[in-house]
Design a protein. Structure first.
Length: 121
């Protein structure tokens, strides 16, 4: 029996991912999982990009609320090489900083990159 999903669980199965990518028309509003599939990032990366201001959610959701994104903006970002480069670099630096903190025993619980990593090089 499949596990019931709550409103905050957005993991998509392989069939759901393929159905989204094969659809003729995307839904106007995408959740975190759907945005992750279209941008080819992990769901955890979408949350990071959102908190960094690189991927703006619709409305002004609370930090712990589910996030939704405009499909037209997500598709435009997926086709914009400069944005993809900037987002990929940000995610890479974030993980580099987080892994360095874990190796040094600092134990970064929040997993947030330092403010200096938000600037592009």
């Amino acid at each position: 029996m499949p596990k019931p999903k709550n409103q905050f669980t957005t993991s998509l199965s392989a069939a759901e991912k393929n159905a989204l990518l094969d659809s003729r028309r995307l839904p106007a509003r995408l959740d975190v999982g759907q945005a992750a599939v279209l941008l080819n990032f992990g769901e955890h990366d979408i949350r990071t990009l959102c908190s960094a201001g690189l991927l703006p959610p619709l409305g002004k959701p609370a930090p712990n609320a589910p996030k939704y994104f405009a499909a037209v903006e997500v598709v435009a970002m997926a086709e914009n090489r400069e944005w993809l480069d900037k987002a990929t670099k940000f995610i890479s630096v974030r993980w580099r900083v987080k892994n360095a903190r874990c190796k040094n025993g600092e134990g970064d619980v929040s997993g947030r990159a330092e403010q200096s990593t938000r600037t592009t090089r």
